[in-house]
Each structure stands twice: as structure tokens, then as C-alpha cells.
Design a protein. Structure first.
Length: 288
């Protein structure tokens, strides 16, 4: 199993899980909310935060943007999409604030111009969203930046993942198992795919979860996940399409704690009698 270095962290077997707090668009277009979410990620012990970046008129068709949709930003779907999109000044402040808080940040880029935009901030890696896995042009453009890549595999067949891995090459690549329903039902998660991906690609494999609870995102560590990514929110009742599939402050704190306890409990796979068992042997085993 190869490992991948992201910033100052080694990702792979024998290293602590890399826990990503997905802010995405849960900031609702408000830089102050974004900062509070960064604070939450740092407080909970997450290793990085992630945003999403789109060039709206490239990613969406004009007819999709024209669909009526009420929001604080206007009366169409386009008004909402543009209102949620941070531009240079906001990302400049995010970059400054994350450096101040000493937590790395990066983004899922949904088009080539967004890759170029994020690249100016010298991020430690790129994320490719599940929806973009079959976009060969975007995959190649992202790879051209020479940074590590985290690839989510929701809504994709193994054959499609094979092709994406071939396009990206295995160098500095991490693969995340995911189910792209929001929120995901537990019977849709299929966590047993994680060891399958580990065996198939020989790469660090992780999990991007969209369920409402915590246990499954802790259990993946025992299945060999080296990365765990979950959406975070200040309040799951907030306006926004991803809020219901996110973890609130109590949830993300409990998840990170659960992952770290699970890592400690996994041990080193060597069966032995530990020192604290010796007096128990003397007390409980039949003498003979």
C-alpha cells in the first residue's frame, strides 16, 4: 500500500486518519459563517477544511439557472448559485484565516477555470467530486497542476473508477468511497467496498460520508480508511441543500473523538499477553 503526502501529513497505513471537514457551500455565501465553520473544524480536531468552487455559467446550463427558485439572493436558481459562490476576496480571507488558525484548506473544483482559480492559493491538494469523476478533461487539467488529488467515487461503477485512475495516474492519488445521496440511508452506504478499493488499486482509500449519523464514519477506520470526510454545519436546520447531510458541532466533535479512539484500539495485529493481563491470569486461571 503506497502512501501520499498532503502538506505536512502522510496519508496511508500506519498513519492517523486524515479527517476533512467539508464546509462546501454550508457557509450560505457568508464569510463570517465560513470562519465559524473553520473554527469548529479546528476545535473538533479535524485536519483540514474543504470548500467547493464552480464557474457558474460553465457548470450550469442557462435554462437551469433560469428555473424559478426563491432564496435570499433572488428569484431564480441562478441567483442562488451566484450568491453562494465565493470569489477572490473571500478566498483570500479564507486563506489568511486558515493560516492564522493553522488548519489547511482546499477545494473541490468543478471546472477547469476553478482549478486555475484555486491554484493561486497554493493549496496542499485538490479534491475531485463524485459528479466530476467521468469528466476526463477536468481530471487531466487538475492533474496538470502537479498536486496530490483526492478522488470521490460516488455514483460511479468500478469500471468508471478504473478509467478515472488511469487518466489521473496513481501518483499522489487518494480514493474515497462515497454514496451520493443527501442524506444517505445506512443501507445505501456499502462500506464493504472500502477494502475492495484498497485491494484493487493499492492506494490510500478513505470515505466521504453523507449520512446523518456518526457510527458508520467511525467504523470505516477499522475497514482500512485512511481519510474520513464529512460535511459540517453550525446547525442542521439552517437553509441550504447540504445542511441535513452534515454534522453539527456536537456531531463532528464526537466523530473525531470516536475515530481517534478506534485508531488506538486497532493496535498492531500481533496477538500477545499484555502486562496488565498477567495478574488477571494468576487470579482467574485454574491452577494445575
Amino acid at each position: 500500500m503506497t502512501s501520499v503526502r498532503i502538506g505536512n501529513r502522510e496519508i496511508g497505513d500506519g498513519h492517523p486518519s486524515y479527517i476533512i471537514a467539508e464546509i462546501g457551500i454550508n457557509h450560505n455565501g457568508d464569510i463570517d459563517i465560513a470562519k465559524k465553520l473553520i473554527d469548529l473544524a479546528k476545535l473538533s480536531g479535524c485536519d483540514a477544511v474543504k470548500f467547493q468552487k464552480r464557474t457558474i455559467d460553465v457548470v450550469y446550463k442557462p435554462e437551469d439557472l433560469a428555473v424559478p427558485r426563491e432564496s435570499p439572493f433572488g428569484h431564480t436558481n441562478g441567483d442562488l448559485k451566484y450568491g453562494l459562490e465565493f470569489e477572490f476576496e473571500e478566498y483570500k480571507e479564507i486563506d489568511r484565516y486558515c493560516k492564522e488558525k493553522r488548519i489547511p484548506w482546499f477545494a473541490s473544483c468543478w471546472d477547469e477555470a476553478s482549478v486555475d482559480f484555486i491554484d493561486q492559493f497554493d493549496v496542499p491538494c485538490y479534491k475531485i467530486a463524485s459528479a466530476c469523476l467521468t469528466d476526463d478533461a477536468l481530471l487531466r487539467h487538475t492533474r496538470s497542476k502537479g498536486r496530490p488529488i483526492i478522488l470521490s467515487t460516488g455514483m460511479s461503477t468500478l469500471e468508471q473508477v478504473d478509467h478515472a485512475v488511469e487518466v489521473l495516474s496513481k501518483k499522489d492519488l487518494v480514493i474515497l468511497h462515497a454514496t451520493s445521496t443527501y442524506p444517505a440511508n445506512y443501507d445505501e452506504l456499502n462500506l464493504s467496498v472500502i477494502p475492495v478499493l484498497r485491494e484493487r488499486y493499492g492506494l490510500p482509500v478513505g470515505y466521504s460520508g453523507h449520512e446523518t449519523g456518526i457510527p458508520s464514519s467511525v467504523a470505516v477506520v477499522a475497514l482500512g480508511a485512511c481519510v474520513v470526510e464529512r460535511h459540517i454545519t453550525l446547525d442542521r436546520a439552517m437553509r441550504g441543500s447540504d445542511q441535513a447531510a452534515s454534522l453539527g458541532p456536537g456531531g463532528i466533535i464526537k466523530m473525531v473523538s470516536g475515530i481517534r479512539i478506534t485508531e488506538m484500539a486497532m493496535g498492531d495485529s500481533v496477538k500477545r499477553v499484555i502486562e496488565r493481563e498477567v495478574p488477571i491470569i494468576k487470579k482467574l486461571r485454574r491452577k494445575g
